[in-house]
Design a protein around this ligand. Sequence first.
Ligand code: PSU
Ligand code: MN
Length: 312
Amino acid sequence: MTPPFVRVAPEVAAALAEGRPVVALESAVIAHGLPYPANIETALAMEAAARAGGAVPATIGVSGGALVIGLDEPLITKFGASAQGGRGEVAKLGARDLAAAVALGWDGATTVGATARAAALAGIQVMATGGIGGVHRGAAQTWDISGDLMALARYPVVVVCAGVKAILDIPATLEWLEMLGVPVVGWRCREFPAFYTASSGRRLVFSAAEVGELARIWEVERAWRSGGLLVAQPPPEEAPGVEAAIQSALAAALAAGVQGAAVTPYLLAKVGELTDGKSLHANVALLKQNALAAAILARELAIGNQVQLGGA
Ligand code: PSU
Ligand code: MN
């Protein structure tokens, strides 16, 4: 049964009803994280990557007074086009913003936290993103800490990422994930990845070499009905030397007085500009890789479910 105010695309609903693998995809990265038109191409390429991995993609957003699980191509295009020239007709929605945006009939793109909440509502277990939000640099003064972290603790969804965005304070974000009780597992890596590069210098306690290990970890977590699981894998292409651009972007954001939900989109756009698209290239590559990995995990979980059903 679909919860009220949630609209599930027919293809996604059929897959869920039959226990076939589904991967949820966020839309804030389309409307607020990447420049037009690369954002639309990337969103569609992530859907294609999920399909190539054997799962049905469900890009999530708010439109027409409903939480939509499976945006169609016209809506993805509309969300992407809103990034042109900074026109803001598609809001950036965290988990806490979903109800108001639905009630007021807004169009809104969902962050990792909002997507995790939506996926849990729809019964989707795995989602993919680029990097999660986290503790911003200078958070000791600003208290700017992404709602993604609380959502990871709260909603029972596996989030596949390449770490936290490099614009953030990576060690501080790992401390908060620990405090919130969010399990973190590396997939084919022993270090927590740093989004644009494989190495953050932070060693992980748990790392899985095979998808079956990840599936078993999630089966135990899920059986106990707690929150989410963060799975991190290194980016397929590194974009080293982005740090100088990040420093300039941070200084520019401070000078421009950028605040609240606008901080992350501002920094991502500035870093993209300052690196002449080098960061964009790496960002797109890791988004596709994460969608594929999420699909492979979703398929493994679906096989496990079928075996259980068959054995019961
Ligand atoms: N990762 C990217 N690009 C993005 C984001 C993450 O590679 O645009 C988005 C995600 O939607 C994430 C959000 O949930 O940024 C975090 O925003 P904030 O720091 O305002 O919580
Ligand atoms: Mn913030």
